[in-house]
Design a protein around this ligand. Structure first.
Ligand code: 13P
Length: 248
């Protein structure tokens, strides 16, 4: 049985004060459901969130990390640094990083390999852009990303991996993939994992949907058999809305 996993991705939002306020409100609203929960936040808020959620089931994630432990990489943050402050998850390969910051499948692969030497679990993002969907190439694109991103990872690594299917055309646009489209792609991702590893591994891997998921559409998306969770952008900036998604 795969345990549902709903994670927020704050992206480059929330001031320090907003983050403190969110943590207070969210802790007050949070009910222990059977859903794994995490907030992925900008680096500068991670320590305060780890402290605020100490003693609760709410986990904290980063939005990126470098693949080296240390060195002359101005502006970067390493996996051991994140481990030291008690971060549990790290988003890797978000489409915004692929689109605006030159993230490639090769750097995604290096980052995943580094994370699997640590206690931090990666949330790997894959997804196609609108033109690729319109050309009917979504499976080719997502399958290609997965093959390159996972190259050299062991079956034991991939069992612990979280994959977020995020169609780029549905991110921040209010345009959600239909539950059927999202389910089909999450099922396809599971088939790719079966091909690359085996059915046991594919059965264990948690696959989230991300893209304009909110309290209104969460139930229908989460009721799809292949969708195990969500990666929530906009709706994770409000403690109330985020709790409603978790309580789908
Ligand atoms: P939105 O929920 O704002 O569409 O963002 C989705 C996303 O990119 C999560 O990583």
């Amino acid at each position: 049985m795969r345990i549902p996993f709903i994670a927020g991705n704050w992206k480059m939002n929330m001031s320090g004060r907003d983050a403190v306020e969110f943590a207070e409100q969210f802790k007050a609203l949070y009910k222990n459901t059977d859903v794994r929960t995490a907030i992925c936040a900008p680096y500068v808020h991670l320590e305060l969130l780890v402290e605020a959620f100490d003693g609760t089931d709410i986990k904290v994630g980063a939005e990126n990390a470098h693949w080296e432990d240390s060195g002359a990489y101005t502006g970067e943050v390493s996996v051991p640094m994140l481990e030291e402050i008690g971060v549990d998850y790290c988003i890797i390969g978000h489409s915004e990083r692929r689109q605006y910051f030159n993230e490639t499948d090769e750097t995604v692969n290096l980052k995943l390999k580094k994370l699997f030497t640590s206690s931090i679990l990666p949330i790997l993002c894959v997804g196609e852009v609108l033109e690729e969907r319109e050309a009917g190439k979504e499976k080719e694109i997502v399958g290609g990303q997965l093959k390159k991103d996972l190259e050299g990872l062991t079956a034991d690594n991939v069992r612990k991996l979280v994959i977020a299917y995020e169609p780029v055309w549905a991110i921040g646009t209010g345009k959600t993939a239909t539950p059927e489209q999202a389910n089909e792609m999450c099922g396809f991702i599971r088939d790719v994992i079966t091909d690359l590893y085996d059915e046991d591994v594919a059965d264990e891997v948690i696959i989230q949907y991300g893209g304009s998921m909110n309290p209104e559409n969460a139930t229908e998306l989460m009721n799809q058999p292949e969708i195990d969770g969500g990666l929530i952008g906009g709706a994770s900036l409000s403690a109330e809305k985020f709790m409603k998604v978790i309580d789908f």
